[in-house]
Design a protein around this ligand. Structure first.
Ligand SMILES: Nc1ncnc2c1ncn2[C@@H]1O[C@H](COP(=O)(O)OP(=O)(O)OP(=O)(O)O)[C@@H](O)[C@H]1O
Ligand SMILES: [Mg+2]
Length: 415
């Protein structure tokens, strides 16, 4: 039971917690899922720490009950649009007499790669080593144990707004959970829904949630472009509210039950009744009328993204097509057809394959787990976990140990 990894996806509509265990074959099995509504996050940013902490506790408790263990540390995400990626190099001389590269050397070289000038209101949230170079030999992914005199690393330094980062960490800490790592969302989500071939050849990952549409391009296996559009599923619900004069919750219900993204695929015979605000009688609405509202908003989202990709000269890097995930548009009939029409590229819906989490709304949380697990031999940024109230009122169980507990702290060395 020691091999447990937990992730917390802090989304605009919900907090999702997934607890995973590594089985005997080294595969990750989902053993606990928790989901709670959260009003403390707007457009991917914490606006109310207490509300967010409460929602984290609720989701964590659900997942713990399902997994029958108690967790004390987790990976969390930060939306791609609120981070910047700086590519840098680090170089050190190998320290030991026998010139065998140690864990400490790797730590030192990564540390040296973080010496970059960043604005005062930003801070480093993650370091992603791209390749190590030992005495001029490049393409090395794990240099520990090799012999050499000079160790270099090429790394991506992920930098995020200090306020955004600290508020995320505080909210999770206040729920009694220590933050093990903050992962840039497109990078972690890509682990759950993209194939290696797609990432190598060029793919657009479109994570459309409730408050934000994150879009990212991967090519040659790495993230080459990421941006965020503050229009997503909530706007579709709002449009239905305004168009049909209904309260938000009823519009959300209708959207999920009858929503179609492509009017050409909607059916005139599918009819439902509504009771608009200010009307005494019920009115009949058909699927086509509803889908006209939905299609207009999704078309707008797709067109804005398409224009941004063209403007930033990354559209032509997308060779394999588009993978849509997140709950905002993935569930609608006709969304792939609409996507093909607007982008002129193949479109598919992406969701995790892990049993129990095979839904687009879980992509981010599952991706975090996959990424966190892969990174277990890497390192080591501590996120100012200052506000941990241990235990959340429960007794710490016997299963709280984590595979990550040996991770080291170098946060203080940066700041
Ligand atoms: N069956 C469905 N049909 C249509 N829309 C749905 C369905 N289920 C969920 N949604 C929509 O998905 C959105 C939530 O998606 P998701 O869980 O990916 O967002 P989030 O991660 O909370 O938000 P964000 O990523 O924007 O911060 C909501 O707008 C919700 O209305
Ligand atoms: Mg999300």
């Amino acid at each position: 039971m020691g091999n447990v990894v937990t992730s917390i996806d802090l989304g605009s509509s919900k907090i999702c917690v997934i607890i995973s265990e590594i089985d005997n074959n080294g595969q990750l099995q989902v053993i606990g899922i928790g989901k709670s509504k959260c009003k403390g996050i707007k457009k991917g940013v914490v606006v109310d720490i207490e509300e967010t902490a409460k929602a984290v506790i609720e989701a964590v408790t659900q997942a713990e009950n399902m997994a029958d263990l108690e967790i004390c540390e987790a990976y969390i995400n930060i939306p791609g649009g609120y981070t910047k990626l700086i590519r840098n190099k680090g170089i050190i001389a190998v320290s030991s007499d026998d010139k065998e590269i140690s864990f400490e050397d790797v730590k030192r070289v990564l540390n040296s790669a973080t010496i970059v000038s960043i604005p005062q209101d930003q801070r480093i949230v993650d370091i992603i080593p791209r390749q190590y170079i030992v005495d001029g030999y490049d393409g090395i992914s794990d240099p520990i144990g090799m012999v050499g005199i000079r160790l270099e690393v090429e790394a991506d330094i992920i930098v995020g707004s200090t306020t955004t980062v600290l508020n995320l960490v505080k909210s999770v800490n206040r729920a009694g959970i220590e933050v093990l790592g903050i992962i840039m969302e497109p990078i972690s989500t890509s682990e759950a829904v993209l194939t290696k071939d797609e990432k190598d050849l060029g793919v657009l990952l479109l994570d459309i949630g409730a408050g934000t549409s994150d879009f990212s391009v991967f090519r040659n296996g790495i993230l080459i472009y990421s941006n965020i559009l503050p229009i997503a599923g909530n706007h579709i619900t709002n449009d239905i509210s305004v168009g049909l004069r209904l309260p938000f919750d009823r519009s959300e219900e209708i959207k999920k039950k009858f929503g179609v993204a492509y009017t050409k695929l909607a059916n005139n015979d599918n009819v439902f009744e509504i009771n608009p605000l200010g009307f005494n009688n019920n009115l009949e609405v058909n699927e086509i009328q509803l889908s006209e509202i939905i299609e207009a908003r999704i078309r707008e989202i797709f067109e804005l993204i398409n224009m941004d990709l063209i403007k930033n000269r990354v559209k032509d890097k997308i060779l394999t097509g588009i993978v849509i995930t997140g709950g905002g548009v993935s569930y609608f009939k006709g969304v792939t057809e609409l996507g093909i029409e607007v982008f002129g590229l193949p479109v598919r819906i992406g969701q995790p394959y892990q049993m129990g989490a095979q839904e687009p709304i879980f992509s981010s949380a599952v991706g975090l787990i996959n990424y966190g697990f892969k990174r277990k031999l890497n390192y080591y940024i501590e996120y100012n976990n200052v506000e941990i109230k241990k235990g959340r009122g429960k007794k710490r169980g016997k299963n709280t140990k984590s595979i990550m507990s040996f991770l080291k702290t170098i946060w203080d060395e940066y700041f």
